[in-house]
Design a protein around this ligand. Sequence first.
Ligand SMILES: Cc1cc2nc3c(=O)[nH]c(=O)nc-3n(C[C@H](O)[C@H](O)[C@H](O)COP(=O)(O)OP(=O)(O)OC[C@H]3O[C@@H](n4cnc5c(N)ncnc54)[C@H](O)[C@@H]3O)c2cc1C
Length: 509
Amino acid sequence: MSSISTTDLRVYPSLAIVGGGLAGIAAAESASRNGFRVTLFERSRILGGRAASLFDPNTNQWIDNGQHIALGCCTELLDLNQQLGLTRFFEQKKTIPFAQIGGKHGMITPTTWLPNRWQFFPAFLTFPFLSLKERFITGLLLRELGTQKKESESESRTFAEWLRTKKVSVNTIKKFWEPFIFSTLSEGIEHVSFDAVQQIIRDSFLAGHQAMTFHIPTVPLQTIYHENTAKQLQNRGIELHFFKRVKRFLWEFQTDTETDNNGSDTQSNTQSNTQSDTQQQYTSPKIQALELADGSVWSFDYYLLAVPLSQFWKIMTNSGLEAYTEQLALERFEPGTVTTIHLWFNRRILPDEFSHCVLLGEPGQFLFCPKRNEKSERDNYEKNNNGIYHNVVISASHRLLSEHEFTSRGSFGLVERVVQQLQKTFVRSFQNKTTQLMFHRVTTHFEAVFSPNPAIYLERPESETPFDNLVLAGDWTQTKLPAALEGAVRSGRHAVQILKKLADIDGID
Ligand SMILES: Cc1cc2nc3c(=O)[nH]c(=O)nc-3n(C[C@H](O)[C@H](O)[C@H](O)COP(=O)(O)OP(=O)(O)OC[C@H]3O[C@@H](n4cnc5c(N)ncnc54)[C@H](O)[C@@H]3O)c2cc1C
């Protein structure tokens, strides 16, 4: 680190952020506003983490690792986008179109003239996929979820168990609950925690007419969360280091009595991961430095680890801190898989005014035909005859698809299934027989999210650690939200709030 006087170190403590996903980006942005000198280490070549793009050589285009949409209730994410000047890269859609096999279509649009809890009421009354009785019961259940106090047993039950007590029809589950829960929580109703669903219903359906607005990227994620974000963070004086994998921490325990208030030499009274004394007699463990995969060692005042769960476990194990990770019982986390079928047709499947549509059928759950690159996509198509880009998302695909459909070798069967589903759903688009699939690609992210099941949803690791100068962030930490962009951003910002207290920094924000 650059040399700086002791007084300056206290005013501007140095902070290392490990991981440049949304949690790390949010932490960096917030920490730089709050008096930290920030250095961010990212093991890949780009920021964005899972919210990233990949290059498709067949069509010469950047496509996204899953569509990545945000709802209006993702207030911290939208605020971060605003802070970083990224809002212009999203289009907003208030209407949610639905389409089912056979060609039946419907829409839900919230009203602005009714109180929050009732904003979807008129749209719901005409929702064509449920009978009048089913609509009425669903309305009552939504209301109950909004008003019901948390019950002690709710933490251990699944949403399916709750639905069974309410005798909800199979049709309502298939046409309403499953599409909503798969797309927001990436999990099936038999596995998802009741609390997770209740939370998301309160935050979205019942939280005001803006809360269910879809914010859909109009450019590849790489343009948003790498190119433009990196520029903005660098403008704030944040040092970004790419291709820098953090391997482990060097740490030590200090005796309380021997800790020097000036922060000077404590070596003679410490135990570290390079020494072998018993740990019990020491308190106030502290990270001294981090070591990168290239062997270099970097020292900071504070450390914020914003990596996925598997990497957290690896770094802690490399650091000789298995005892700490064992306490967290990380084995309770179950990964959730998301499969995206990227399709290039020679024409748009969705009418021009729509960028997304909920698919009521199988196997696809959501169709996106983002307006992104529309001009460049048309140019590209005209020049290269590559087609118009669409993607179909299958969340919790590990529960819904056969094993061979995951692998790229066997995925052609899946592409055929999805195209058939689209043909039967958007009958008019395929009627004239000139609609053709030109290219396809299947991507499956096996650890896209974690399953928000009752064993884990409310019992996740907190940001605080036993170390005086280390905090955690990431969508898997305790945010009381599902694994998603909003949770990641909140975790990063929350971790900075804890660091501010540790560093005795008041105000700002
Ligand atoms: C296919 C797919 C679709 C999704 N769709 C949506 C959606 O529509 N809406 C939504 O809200 N969420 C969605 N998500 C979830 C969302 O992407 C994640 O919840 C969020 O991006 C997690 O951010 P994070 O910062 O916690 O972790 P990550 O994005 O995983 O970031 C962690 C970063 O740490 C870096 N790293 C790891 N180890 C090290 C190391 N040792 N040293 C240095 N750097 C390291 C990684 O390279 C990575 O950049 C989707 C996810 C996937 C995979």
